[in-house]
Design a protein around this ligand. Structure first.
Ligand code: GDP
Ligand code: MN
Length: 360
């Protein structure tokens, strides 16, 4: 089968050689879950799945982050599922909440937020009227990498309540990332809801030109798909056509982006001066609040600005499910997969489009 157990895997080998003792050689990495106390059941089931398919062999630590104090119930029920060290930490107020200026004063126009959110929520856009969802997106866009609980680590693997992994993962993805000089690993790509990001791409494009950032292949592959037949394009871009203006250069973003509830990535990318400056430029427009910019789009556009194709990695061999979508490896790829490719299929054209600009 295609399921190759590498020599440095702690899983049993076919040829009877002793499994590798991973305890001595874990990478400088952690699993990361942001959750609410009310996510306890979904969080426990996600960690159970992670353990069954990966961590029972590797015992990586799990860092749990919450804007509120953790409940005893969450710590106990979720903590007991993990086979490695667990850390339950709270997010400091300055990383979660309305942005403040140099004097510590909030400057976002809350009336303007209310109007914008009312408009979007009447249009049926999910989560816009939930303040905390905006804070969450902003936290994951610009602050998570600096949370004290993540300070010791170079790599993280993001996990969310209610996700599951549907194939065995018999190797260490962090080691794979390090040895292959990978920065950002993804699973699923989807089209963003255009009305949540009307001015995001214009803001990013302006940043790109004012900082003279050269165009990468991933950037190019994120532009509106001029190769698509016109009716399809119209359907794909209808959000964008209505709400999301083209840039002065005439470029438009196809809205395709990596779905960030799955990420295996290098924290140092998000800690780099370039990324910080990019985030500050976005944050200064309050687009996280006047619109509903998501961390998935923000991370993806940063990757498109700053990363070379070879720094991206598609975990094609991992089965991954975040309802209502999943990635299920095709025949011959992945280990002991238990998923059905027909369920929760994502539009393949989006991923195919992005993959023209990533690891060849
Ligand atoms: P979706 O994937 O965009 O539908 O959004 P989710 O509801 O899955 O939220 C994304 C992540 O943020 C998940 O890990 C949630 O548990 C977490 N999250 C969302 N809102 C909050 C919040 O208000 N507080 C905390 N602590 N976590 C949140
Ligand atoms: Mn989610």
């Amino acid at each position: 089968s295609s399921c190759r157990i590498p020599p440095d895997s702690p899983l049993p080998h076919d040829d009877d050689t002793a499994p590798y003792d991973v305890g001595l050689s874990r990478e400088n990495a952690t699993i990361l879950m942001l959750a609410r106390n009310s996510d306890v059941e979904g969080a426990a089931s996600a960690i159970r799945s992670l353990e069954e398919r990966f961590n029972r062999w590797f015992h990586y630590p799990v860092v749990f982050l919450n804007d509120q104090e953790w409940s005893e119930e969450f710590r106990e029920k979720v903590g007991q599922e993990a086979s490695g060290e667990t850390v339950f930490a709270q997010i400091p107020a300055e990383m979660w909440g309305w942005p403040v200026d140099g004097e510590g004063r909030e400057w976002v126009d809350r009336e303007k937020v209310k109007d914008a959110m009312g408009r979007l929520s009447r249009m049926g856009v999910p989560y816009v009227d939930n303040e905390n969802y905006h804070h969450m997106c902003r936290f994951y866009s610009g602050f998570f990498q600096d949370h004290p609980a993540l300070k010791p680590y170079k790599y993280y693997w993001r996990i969310e309540p209610d996700v599951s992994y549907t194939c065995d993962i018999p190797y260490d993805p962090f080691r794979h990332m390090r040895l292959n000089h990978k920065t950002y690993g993804y699973s699923i790509a989807l089209w963003e809801i255009g009305s949540t990001v009307p001015s995001l791409f214009r803001t990013v494009t302006t940043y790109k030109s004012s900082h003279a950032i050269p165009t990468t292949p991933l950037w190019t592959s994120m532009l509106s798909p001029s190769w698509a037949p016109l009716p399809l394009r119209w359907a794909l871009m209808s959000d964008a056509r209505l709400f999301h203006s083209r840039t002065p250069t005439g470029d438009a973003w196809s809205l395709c982006h990596f779905w960030s509830n799955f990420e295996v990535a290098d924290l140092d990318f998000f800690r780099s001066a370039a990324y910080r400056s990019y985030f500050a430029a976005l944050d200064a427009t309050a687009g996280f609040y006047y619109e509903r910019w998501g961390d998935a789009a923000v991370h993806s556009l940063a990757a498109a600005l700053f990363l070379a194709p070879a720094q991206l990695h598609w975990f094609e061999d991992w089965g991954y499910r975040h309802p209502p979508f999943q990635h299920c490896p095709r025949e011959g790829v992945g280990c002991a997969c238990a998923c059905d490719r027909r369920e929760g299929a994502v539009p393949e054209t989006c991923l195919r489009q992005l993959r023209r600009g990533v690891d060849p």
